[in-house]
Each structure stands twice: as C-alpha cells, then as structure tokens.
Design a protein around this ligand. Structure first.
Ligand SMILES: Nc1nc2c(c(=O)[nH]1)N[C@H]1C(S)=C(S)[C@@H](COP(=O)(O)OP(=O)(O)OC[C@H]3O[C@@H](n4cnc5c(=O)[nH]c(N)nc54)[C@H](O)[C@@H]3O)O[C@H]1N2
Ligand SMILES: Nc1nc2c(c(=O)[nH]1)N[C@H]1C(S)=C(S)[C@@H](COP(=O)(O)OP(=O)(O)OC[C@H]3O[C@@H](n4cnc5c(=O)[nH]c(N)nc54)[C@H](O)[C@@H]3O)O[C@H]1N2
Ligand SMILES: [Mo]
Length: 691
C-alpha cells in the first residue's frame, strides 16, 4: 500500500520528491527514526530524523546504505521452488498461487496428524511488531503449531534483570549525558549502540569518567578512560568483588538499602566471600584495577551502568546480570536521573500483545515449546513421549538460523533432512534460504507498514511505506494472511491489514495520530524511575534475594557460575573464543551488501601476539580453529584487541562467504544459560593451528 498523499506526512521539496517518515527495523537498541527521500517512486536516500531526540539526525553506516540493500540486484523478487539438493541453492521461479497451494497442502497434511510437528522459526530480522509476529502469531496459534522459545539473544540477561529489578526497565538513555561515571559493561557501543555512545561522549566532555568492561579491546574501549579486559564469563565475580569493596569501605547508601531493597544481609555475606584478589584470579585482571573501579563507583555520583547483552552469552549470564543489577541500589545511584542502570527499556512499552497475537486462538491447546537455541539437536530428534512429534515443517521468517544458531554443523544436518518441509520468507538467498523447499519474497522496511517499540529508548515509532513493494514481494503479515485464507481460517482477525495491525499493537495506549503526524511518540515516564523505590518486583523492592528463584530450587542470591567450558592447562582446547558483532553488519544482515562487506574485509580471528607466537601464527595466515564440534578456517589477525587466552571471531558472516563454507558458529555449543534458557555463544573453547 502506498502512503496517502493527503495525510500531511510528505513534505514536497520538488514536485516529484517526497519525504516519508519511518523507523529502522533492525535488532539494535537505537531504533532510529528514518526519513526516506523518494523521487519518482524510487527511494534515493535514507537519513536520520533530526526531530527525533534519540536519533538526532544521525544514522549508522549500515542503515544509511539501506537503499543499497533494498535495491540489491540479488533481492528475491518472486516465489522460488527448490530444484536441486537441499543446501545447493538451486531454485526455479513459481507463481504465488503455486507456492501458497503447495505450502497449504503440506501443512494441512502434517497438521491432520499433529500440528505440533510444524514449527515457526523467527527472530528479529525486523523488530517491527507487525512484520515480526503481528499476523504470524495469529496464524500459528490458530494452527496449533509448536511454540518457539525465542531465547537466542537476550533471555539470560533479561531474566536476570527481571528477577532483580522486576522488569526490563531502567534509566532513560538521554540522561546518560549527565552522568559523572559510566560503566560500559559488555557493550561495544560504538559498533552496536551508536546513539548511546554520542551521549556518553557528551558526558565525557563534561568531565565524566568512562570505563569499559569487555574481554576485547574494542573501539569503544579505546575511547574510554579505563578498560577492564576480563575473561569471558567472569562478570559476576567482578560485580561481587565491587560489592565487597563498597561494603568494606562503607561506600553504601544505607537509607536506600534499608527502604528499597530485599535480602541485604544475605547479599552482604555473599559479597564478603569475594575480596578483589579472588575476583582478580577468576577474571584475569589486576586486583588493583578492581579496587580502583570500586572506589570510583562508590565515590562518584551520579554513576550509571550501560549494560548490554555481550556479558550474558555464557553459562552464568543470568546470574551476572543479577549481580550487576544490584550495584546501583547499593550506592543509591537510582536517586538521580543520571544514575542507575540500563540493559533494556523494552518493558516500558504498553504493547497489547493479546490483541495483536490473539493467544485466544489456541482455544485451550498448550503446544510444546522448542528452544530456538537448540534447533540443531531438535531438528534431528525423533518423536518421543517427552519431545512430542518429530519436526516435519519449518516456517522461517526474520531469521537466518543456519548462520546464527549455535553448533551450525548440527543445524545444517537438521536443515538437510529430506523429509523436512522448509519455507523461508526472505529478502535474500541466505544460508538458510539455500535449504528451503520454497522461498517467499518479503518486502523490506521501505515497502511496508510497521510500528516499533525499542529496547534502548522509550519512544514508539511508526514506519510508513516509502515505495511500492519490489517485484512480487509481499509483507510477512500479508503472506500469513494469504496462508490463513487458504487454510480456511475464517476468524475476522485474519482480515486485518498491516496498517490496522499497527493501530492494534498499542490500541489507545499510544496516540496514533501523533505517530501519523510526527513519526514517533514519547512514552510518559518518570525521569528517575526508582528514586523512591517502587520496583516492579513482587515485593516492590530491588530484590537482591529472590524468593521466586528460591521457590524453583535455585540460589536466591546472585553468584559467579564458571563457564561450561573453562580454560585450564589440561584442556585440549585452551583458548576461549568470543564472537561479538562486527560494526558494519547486523548479525548476519548486511553481509551481502558489498560496500559494507568491503569495510569488514573477510572473516578474521583476532589473537594476541603471545598466543599467536606460541603457535607460530602470523597475521594474514590461514588458520584452522577447531574443537570437538567442528572446525572453521579463516585468516588470523595478530592484534592487541585480543587479550591473552581469548580469541575473537567477529560475526556473523554468511557461511557461504567463508573460506571453507563455515562461520564461527561451527564451533559454538548448544548448551544453555543458568536462567532464561539462552545460548552460550561466548562460552566456547577452541584451539587454533596454522594450516
Ligand atoms: N553494528 C551492529 N550493531 C548491533 C548488532 C550487530 O550485529 N552489529 N547486534 C545487535 C544485537 S542482536 C544486539 S543483541 C545488541 C546488543 O548487542 P551485543 O551483542 O551485546 O553487542 P555489543 O554491544 O557489541 O556487545 C558485545 C560486547 O560484549 C563483549 N563480551 C563478550 N563476552 C563478554 C563477557 O563475558 N563479559 C563482558 N563484560 N563482555 C563480553 C564483546 O567483546 C563485545 O564487545 O546490539 C545490536 N547492535
Ligand atoms: N556466534 C554468534 N552467534 C550469534 C550472536 C553472536 O554474538 N555470536 N548473536 C546472536 C544474537 S544477539 C542474535 S539477536 C541472533 C540474530 O539472529 P537473526 O535474528 O536470525 O538475525 P539476522 O542474522 O540479522 O537475520 C535476519 C534475517 O531476517 C531477514 N529479514 C529482515 N527483515 C525481514 C522482513 O521484513 N521479512 C522477512 N521475511 N525477512 C526479513 C534478513 O534478510 C536476515 O536474513 O544471532 C545470534 N547469533
Ligand atoms: Mo541480539
């Protein structure tokens, strides 16, 4: 649907030129407001909206190239049907009717025996509430398909935060500009949270101290005053040692602790087990650095923590987030609007999920849950009473699991199953699409309606289509509407159009006219949400000790849980590998945009000089990175960005663009985190050798 030219959204600059307000769809905390310039029906430029405060007129390099992605010569513009073996990438065009008919016939046959043999697989290719699960959830609920447990990104940290603070809420991002001390913890903000970084720089200019806590010396670490280069998976030990120092020096806000926290005596006892020397051993950093950091945190106000998900992709990720989330209450940082912590702001948004997703269509059924982070094993599982039916059909949208899910050797074996019917809704022929039986062409953000919450700021954004759908592309919501009609689902909710779904997402909790008029709407929220306590936990306090966890037989207090795969002199795989995001990619999106791929170059493994020398490896040489799960070949880069004992393989490359048709996930494991059933991408031991 094209925008209504009478709506007032367009500002004609030349007779044929319009500017359309939209939202960046990508999985990033910044959720930018976009202005797309359209000339004669062609989008010629995408810019950040200067009126939208969090965006402030600036976009990252990737998204400023969004037109290059949308008009890419390799866009899938018509439905395709597989003609070669699975994974070969050989397809031929078919009509929409033929594609949809085949899908419906296959799904109906499978559903007649047990609809739970059908599994949706989706994540955050678009974060839009409509093109993500808007119509899809309705479709799969009505069908009675298996539920997907969407854990792949933030489940452990999210669960940790919810346990301690009560919800995925925290500081307003704009107030970081006024902080005097900012801990940038598990976040390469310059790469993955650029608009926060601008605020941190403003604080720095006004005298704030910036501390980066990250195993990798990132470009963000380069620009902070201090860098704590701890071993992956040791953040809880660091947080407990910080508490130890706060306690022994009495840098505590006793009044805040007394009135607004729960479980202080027990936490105090736990923290006193963690003198800095003990944590220094575990974290692999000097004890003095921990002592200095504690002094800074204990004696500077306002002090703010920008926590990000990089620290929770390890066995103890949930506990680490819990421990860190205790810190602001101990020093009373929440009293100030520029103090406290932000991991995610997503819990602030009043999304009407019942109206949007219509769980009532389940009609009392409770389908089994399949964890997206163990898709490799689960695709290969036979039917059993515990597991339920074998997975017979997979509908993938907004995700590229063959590249991004852990243990990809196993994932590929699953996707190669000849008896698995796989449909992939995509823009491009990704590693996952290569394994489809049918590929359906999806619209991009320039071509469809959507509405967005954010996990980094607190504004709702509306995305209007700027151009007509390219080729025969249809929006995800339209595709699920078409499928529903052919399946014979007659409930009126399957008639809702994309714009109507935008209105349903928040109902009257957000003023839709404001969204139409300015493209965004700011949620009315207090500046310092917990200045007077009032945490959204069951007790209303910041819960150092959690009775909910105790009731599940878990430790009520946060603790340091060592990695599943802990480096030790006896291990055949002595190096810890982390695989954080590359700056110019967004997970595996944009890897095929040539101008961005040219900046990133090729898949590389960063190693420190000592680890490289011990293996006679020099920069530019091809290495074999391996463990018991598989091997991945790429070039080595000897770099001070890697700390001793840790190698960094920046992600997430398309497998087919790698030297040997693999990427880093060939090495990662399907084990899960302590809380939230999340993946442990950065809890992964490897060995490296020269080829
Ligand atoms: N350019 C770009 N931006 C992105 C993404 C992208 O792929 N590219 N991904 C998006 C996604 S999906 C998400 S979830 C968000 C957040 O994305 P995150 O994946 O959290 O991304 P980063 O902010 O880069 O944080 C990862 C940082 O954590 C560090 N790290 C790894 N292990 C540990 C550890 O054990 N402890 C600590 N303290 N640090 C550790 C890594 O070295 C890295 O610098 O960003 C989004 N933004
Ligand atoms: N080794 C390692 N692996 C990781 C991570 C890591 O740090 N290290 N990070 C993990 C994290 S945090 C995340 S969030 C996941 C991300 O994993 P995914 O959510 O799978 O993200 P992408 O790889 O960006 O794939 C999204 C796909 O959706 C498609 N897409 C975008 N918009 C639309 C649309 O409107 N319609 C349709 N049909 N398709 C669309 C894009 O073309 C793209 O191929 O990866 C995880 N994997
Ligand atoms: Mo993510």
């Amino acid at each position: 649907m094209m925008p209504d030219p009478t709506s007032g959204n367009e500002q004609p600059t030349k007779p044929t030129t319009t500017t359309i307000r939209g939202a960046c769809p990508h999985d990033c905390p910044d959720t930018c407001a976009l202005l797309t310039t359209v000339q004669d029906g062609v989008a010629i430029r995408v810019q950040g909206n200067p009126d939208h405060r969090p965006t402030d007129g600036a976009l990252c390099t990737k998204v400023s190239r969004y037109t290059e992605r949308s008009y890419h010569s390799e866009r899938i513009l018509q439905p395709l049907k597989r003609i070669g073996p699975k994974g070969s990438g050989q397809f031929q065009p078919v009509t929409w009717d033929a594609a949809l008919d085949e899908i419906v016939t296959r799904l109906q046959t499978i559903a007649a025996r047990d609809p739970q043999a059908i599994l949706p697989y989706s994540y955050a290719g678009t974060m839009g509430l409509v093109q993500a699960e808007g119509m899809a959830a309705r479709f799969f609920h009505r069908l009675g398909a298996s539920h997907l447990e969407r854990t792949i990104c933030s489940a452990a940290g999210g669960e940790g935060l919810m346990t301690t603070l009560g919800a995925k809420v925290g500081m307003k991002v704009e107030h970081f500009a006024e902080s005097q001390l900012i801990l940038i913890w598990g976040s390469n903000s310059i790469a993955s949270n650029l608009h926060f970084w601008r605020l941190a720089q403003q604080a720095k200019r006004d005298g704030a101290r910036l501390v980066c806590i990250d195993p990798r010396r990132t470009e963000t670490a380069d620009k902070c005053h201090d860098h704590v280069a701890l071993r992956p998976g040791t953040d809880a030990a660091l947080a407990l040692a910080l508490m130890h120092e706060l306690i022994t020096h009495d840098w505590l806000d006793h009044d805040y602790i007394e009135r607004h926290t729960l479980g202080w005596a027990a936490l105090r006892e736990r923290a006193l087990l963690w003198p800095p020397e003990r944590a220094a051993d575990v974290c692999g950093v000097p004890a003095q650095q921990i002592i200095d950091l504690a002094r800074a945190y204990g004696t500077t106000q306002p002090a703010a923590i920008r926590l990000n998900y990089g620290m929770q992709r390890v066995r103890g990720g949930g506990n680490a987030a819990r421990a860190i989330a205790c810190l602001p209450a101990l020093v009373g940082a929440w009293r100030h609007r520029a103090g406290g912590l932000l991991l995610s702001s997503s819990g602030h948004f009043p999304i009407d999920r019942a109206a949007l997703h219509r769980p009532d269509l389940l009609a009392g059924r409770t389908p089994r849950m399949i964890n997206m982070s163990t898709i490799g094993d689960d695709l290969l599982r036979e039917a059993s009473p515990e597991f339920g039916p074998k997975i017979k059909a997979l509908i993938v949208y907004n995700s590229n699991p063959v590249a991004v899910a852990p243990d990809s050797g196993q994932v590929v074996r699953g996707f190669e199953r000849e008896d698995l019917f796989t449909v992939v809704l995509e823009h491009f022929q990704t590693d996952t699409a290569d394994h489809a039986d049918i590929i359906l062409p999806a619209t991009t953000q320039l071509e469809h309606w959507d509405i967005h919450a954010s996990y980094g700021h607190t504004d709702v954004l509306l995305n209007r289509p700027a151009i007509a759908p390219q080729g025969q592309a249809r929006s995800n919501a339209a595709i699920f509407r078409d499928l529903a009609a052919r399946m014979g689902f007659t409930e009126p909710c399957f008639q809702d159009g994309d714009e109507a779904l935008c209105r349903i997402a928040f109902g009257d909790r957000v003023d839709f006219q404001t969204l139409l008029d300015q493209g965004y709407a700011t949620l009315p929220l207090p500046d310092a949400p917990f200045a007077e306590g009032g945490f959204p936990t069951p007790s209303g306090h910041c819960e150092f000790a959690s009775s909910r966890l105790a009731a599940q037989g878990l430790d009520p207090l946060p603790d340091h849980l060592p990695n599943h795969e802990l480096a030790g002199s006896q291990s055949a795989y002595p190096l810890a590998m982390i695989s954080p995001p590359a700056r110019n990619f967004l997970n595996s999106s944009f890897v095929n945009v040539k101008s961005l791929r040219d900046i990133e170059g090729e898949p590389l493994l960063e190693m420190c000089a000592d680890d490289a020398a011990a293996r006679s490896i020099q920069s530019g040489e091809v290495v074999r990175v391996f463990n018991s799960r598989g091997e991945h070949r790429c070039k080595a880069k000897v770099s001070s960005r890697a700390r001793p004992g840790v190698v960094n393989g920046l992600g997430i490359w398309w497998r087919k663009l790698g030297l040997d048709g693999t990427n880093v996930n060939q090495l990662t494991s399907q084990r899960l985190t302590d809380l939230g059933h999340g993946p442990v991408f950065y809890d992964c031991l490897v060995e490296v050798e020269k080829l």
